[in-house]
Ligand binder design. Structure first.
Ligand code: PDD
Length: 288
């Protein structure tokens, strides 16, 4: 990767970018992040991602090191200079280095700010056409899953369960209710109604989740945002996962059992996929 990264006010070749071993992000996972999709060098839903970054910073009591206009300028520069037209931009802000290892926040801090671009590899067409398989697991994460924190060990362990089983995602249940995926939001379709879990401290307020609910409302697809039980999830006609990098994908098998009838992507997914692509194209044309 020859693209430059932005680290603490400097644009550097990635291989030359260095962070202190005393950085609280490294030692404690004391930081927050964002992943912003960029299509044809234009960031999708940038304001919403930056608003969520602010919420995450507020949630960990870390002052935002940049004003909104500065973030927009940084993301725009990176999107414009990246080696690829379609990238995902990763932003990370940690509480920075400390003099001695101490859990308590240092009195004075210099946050570490990193931005980098990675090529956006679209999900293979086969995943969209034939669907993907998922496993399920108990949601073992903490009680502030609404913060996009860099401390992702539980998410990594949960995702690995899927990988070990030859699957793409792990669907999480807490106390008998659906929360989300290890790195995605999850939707259920039952009897033509789109069901979405309520945004609360147990799940990330997904930007793609919002897009999907907006599209459903716009196109008149009936929707219910409410608690969804594990039993309802397992009895779904359709199950979807969505995220900024994977967009929306149909889950056709959960724990080795077919979802809905026939274990194929459902008709509501096919409509949502088209609406999503149409919407993306419209937004990108408007930004051109
Ligand atoms: N993750 N829930 C979790 C736990 C996630 O990590 C993600 C995305 C989502 C979907 O959020 P959004 O639609 O805003 O991307 C939900 C990103 C892509 C990541 O960690 O790489």
């Amino acid at each position: 990767m020859t693209s430059r990264v932005f680290l603490n006010g400097q644009w550097l070749v990635a291989a030359d970018a260095r962070v202190s071993v005393m950085d609280r992000g490294f030692l404690f996972g004391d930081g927050v992040y964002e992943v912003i999709p960029v299509y044809s060098r234009r960031a999708f839903r940038l304001e919403q991602h930056l608003a969520r970054l602010q919420q995450s910073l507020d949630g960990i009591q870390l002052a935002n090191p940049h004003r909104l206009a500065e973030w927009i300028a940084l993301v725009t520069q990176l999107a414009g200079e990246a080696e690829w037209e379609d990238v995902s931009i990763y932003i990370q802000v940690t509480r920075g280095p400390m003099a001695v290892r101490n859990h308590a926040f240092p009195k004075e801090i210099t946050p570490t700010v990193l931005l980098l671009a990675e090529p956006m590899i679209p999900s293979p067409a086969s995943q969209r056409e034939r669907g993907i398989s998922a496993v399920s697991a108990a949601d073992i994460r903490w009680l502030r899953c609404d913060l996009k924190a860099t401390s992702l060990l539980a998410n990594c362990l949960l995702r690995q369960l899927a990988v070990t089983a030859g699957c793409v995602e792990t669907v999480l249940f807490r106390d008998g209710f659906l929360t989300e995926g290890s790195a995605s939001s999850i939707f259920v379709v039952k009897d033509g109604v789109l069901l979405a879990p309520i945004k609360n401290h147990l799940m990330l307020p997904g930007i793609t989740y919002d897009v999907i609910l907006e599209l459903a409302a716009h196109h008149g697809l009936p929707c219910e945002v409410r608690d969804i039980t594990e039993a309802e999830t397992r009895a779904a006609d359709e199950l979807w996962m969505c995220s900024s990098t994977k967009e929306v994908l149909p889950i056709v098998a959960l724990d080795g059992r077919e979802v809905g009838v026939g274990g194929t992507p459902g008709p509501v997914f096919a409509r949502m996929y088209d609406w999503y692509q149409e919407f993306k194209a419209k937004v990108m044309r408007a930004a051109a």
